[in-house]
Design a protein around this ligand. Sequence first.
Ligand code: COA
Length: 203
Amino acid sequence: MQYIVRPMTQEDVPQVTAIDREAFPTMWPPMNYQRELENHLAHYIVVAEESDKTSEPPTTKIEANTGLAHKVVEWLTPHKAGPEPPQKIVGFAGFWMMAGEAHIISLAVKKEFRRRGFGKLLLVELVRAAVKIEAEIVTLEVRVSNYEAQRLYLQYGFIGKGVRRAYYTDNREDALIMTLDDADSSQCVAKFEEWRNSLKFGL
Ligand SMILES: CC(C)(COP(=O)(O)OP(=O)(O)OC[C@H]1O[C@@H](n2cnc3c(N)ncnc32)[C@H](O)[C@@H]1OP(=O)(O)O)[C@@H](O)C(=O)NCCC(=O)NCCS
């Protein structure tokens, strides 16, 4: 199976909404991704399974046997005639860009695809995309109890910068603010290139 990272489209919204509900079941109201795609501050990407007849130019192509944890190459079934079914979405992420600051709004991987490196892929590609449009800082809030996500962010240079008390409306849990400073520095850009290549997500 091959995977691509590409911008989110309206066609992806039902699957993205389902992943969002699975990942953030207590968040209310749910995020309206249809509206998000019309928000000029917002930038969203998805990881999708790539069919062999996709018409979208991939930004990143991943061979499952070279990068991600599953080492088996499952070659795609031969292409059938007729309209393409929607690509299966594995995960998504997005940020809002404001005054040199990219604020990560969400990042989620479908449960059945977790722990295979897709979270890393989404984060690395999101930071690269943010820097490309001149983000100097990348920041986010994460639940203080969400150690899995915090570990992911720490691995990629984010550091804890403070706490927003009772930030989450469902259970009044605190949010840890995590920030990647100097995201546009040549050192940081090089690091993310290196990480991207070490994940073997390059074409
Ligand atoms: C957080 C999330 C996106 C990670 O996605 P993923 O595809 O499983 O992540 P990866 O396989 O790329 O793992 C990346 C790193 O995250 C951390 N991590 C992920 N799952 C973990 C777990 N269950 N336990 C401990 N660490 C974990 C590890 O540091 C891991 O690196 P390692 O494998 O080298 O140890 C996923 O768990 C998810 O969708 N969670 C629900 C939504 C959410 O909490 N989003 C973050 C909001 S701020």
